[in-house]
Design a protein around this ligand. Structure first.
Ligand code: UD1
Ligand code: CA
Length: 477
């Protein structure tokens, strides 16, 4: 939308968080509080954004960058009115309307921002304000209305008398303004109040003095207006936004068996007909395709999980890709840059790091594959380990198509095994193996006839076995 800018207030410390981190940088569903406010503005169609920063500003700059916003610095926090005044100085000339958002209010919805803009224009008002009716209005500014329902003023709790404190309609701190009104009104605010701050909310009085109006919109969802001031409220916001995220996923065709026990972060995308079983965490930029089944205990961070994949219980995956119809787990560990091919199987207690596993290959039990390139239809036996590290550098292992690696094999990298080759169980492979060859590295097996009976007969007796007679051991019947 052209001609509309957002000013996002994010300069305060948030003392009640008891944190070295500025309040608005605390994450909810994997993203800072202020990110959620900015994302709502962006989703409402607002491109141009100014972030008012002060305390701990470097912790907020990544969010500013992500939205291509500009920064206005408010060195000392003299109140929300002063903060908007700082933001105004950074607005482009073309901005005629300004949406003000609190960086600590992550639950605001894009549709509500659009409604605030629309209602202000329709009513020809200088401002519109989002309000909400709360059962517990403590701490918020109260909306005082005239008998005809129009807004008379907004009174901060600390300045409110007994009767005003009883009002349950509160100010969300989200507004749409006519820019010209802001520019005229802000310099006239005073800080004669309980907190000695310049209150943005006093612009309601300024509007009335000019014979203009401020129109309220009452949110249908009281949670939407809540600002976060404490760790408790942070957890509450996480609960609410998590529920909203899961409901959106269910509406788009994802089955969530037990939403109360499922954690999916904001930016995670999941295709239809996927099933999330209880007790899982999907975080960061994770993308999940269609028809994927993710079972209990899985923790998946920044991964791409393609269509038809099954993640069996208690698998931990980070920054990896699992291609179509592959099966991972139970108890698998994919570390960064694992790339599991189509229809491949990675089984229990298998760790894969920075390795490409080809289509249809299997590593089903107890293995470590690091810095490996594994071809198609390879069988990696139980207990196989790529010895990829000599204490100083990492080295690659290459297994060609159709290679069969017997159990308990050490592949001492750098090493290449040609296609179709077979490695005998228990081998330590230190040299390249040509295609189609058998490689075997083992001491010859020795068998000492009747050794146990002769030297350790007590072992046999202990197990209830009869010790063979001397005649039998000599070779008689
Ligand atoms: C403000 C409103 C109150 C409303 C509440 C909703 C005013 C005077 N009061 O109160 O009516 O019910 O929000 O949550 O506007 N900030 C700055 N610079 C400042 C002061 C604040 O950037 O100088 C930022 C904060 O970082 C925060 C946001 O503005 O993100 C809200 O500030 P906060 O101090 O939490 O406002 P409240 O006292 O809660
Ligand atoms: Ca305050």
């Amino acid at each position: 939308m052209k001609g509309i800018s957002a000013i996002i207030l994010a300069a305060g410390q948030g003392k009640r968080m008891k944190s070295a981190l500025p309040k608005v940088a605390h994450p909810v569903l994997g993203k800072p509080l202020v990110w959620h406010a900015a994302a709502a503005a962006r989703a409402a169609g607002i491109k141009d954004m100014v972030f008012v920063l002060g305390f701990g500003r470097d912790k907020i700059l990544p969010t500013v960058e992500e939205f291509g916003g500009r920064v206005a610095i408010q060195e000392s926090q003299f109140g929300t009115g002063d903060a908007v005044r700082c933001g105004l100085a950074e607005l482009p000339a073309g901005a005629k309307e300004v949406v003000v958002l609190c960086g600590d209010a992550p639950q605001i919805r894009p549709a509500t921002i659009r409604a605030l803009l629309a209602v202000r224009r329709r009513k020809g008002a200088v401002a519109s304000v989002l309000t909400g009716v709360l059962d517990d209005p403590g701490g918020y500014g109260r909306i005082v209305r005239h008998a005809d329902g129009t807004v008379a003023r907004i009174v901060e709790e600390k300045d409110a008398d007994e009767a005003t404190r009883k009002l349950r309609e509160v100010n969300s701190g989200t507004y749409a303004f006519d820019r010209a009104f802001l520019e005229r009104g802000l310099p006239r605010l005073s800080d004669v109040n309980a907190q000695r701050e310049f209150y943005l909310t006093d612009l309601v009085l300024e509007a009335l003095a000019q014979g203009k109006r401020v129109v309220p919109i009452v949110s249908g969802d009281p949670d939407e207006v809540r600002g976060i001031n404490s760790r408790r409220e942070l957890a509450e916001a996480t609960r609410i936004l998590r529920k909203r995220k899961l409901e959106a996923l269910m509406d788009s065709g994802v089955t969530i068996v037990d939403p109360d026990r499922t954690y999916v972060e904001t930016e995670v995308r999941i295709g239809p007909d996927s099933v999330l079983e209880p007790g899982i965490m999907l975080t960061g930029s994770t993308r999940v395709g269609r028809g994927v089944r993710i079972q209990t205990g899985c923790v998946v961070q920044d991964c791409v999980i393609e269509d038809g994949v099954q993640l069996k219980p208690y698998s931990v995956l980070a920054s990896s890709r699992v291609r179509k119809n592959a099966i991972v787990g139970p108890f698998s560990h994919l570390r960064p840059l694992a790339d599991i091919g189509e229809e491949a199987h990675i089984g229990n207690f298998v760790e894969v790091k920075k390795s490409r596993i080809g289509k249809g290959s299997k590593a089903n039990h107890l293995a470590y594959l690091g810095d490996a390139t594994v071809g198609k239809k390879v069988n990696v036996g139980a207990g196989t380990i790529t010895c990829n590290y000599d204490g100083i550098s990492k080295y690659p292992t290459v297994l060609g198509d159709g290679v069969f690696v017997g159990s308990d094999t050490m592949l001492v990298a750098p090493v290449t095994v040609g296609k179709g080759a077979l490695i005998g169980a228990g081998s330590t492979i230190t040299r390249d193996v040509p295609p189609y060859a058998l490689a075997l590295e083992r001491a010859e097996q020795r068998v000492l006839e009747y050794w146990v009976a002769r030297k350790k007969p007590e072992l046999l007796r202990k197990s209830g076995l009869t010790v063979p007679s001397a005649r039998k051991m000599k070779g008689g019947k």
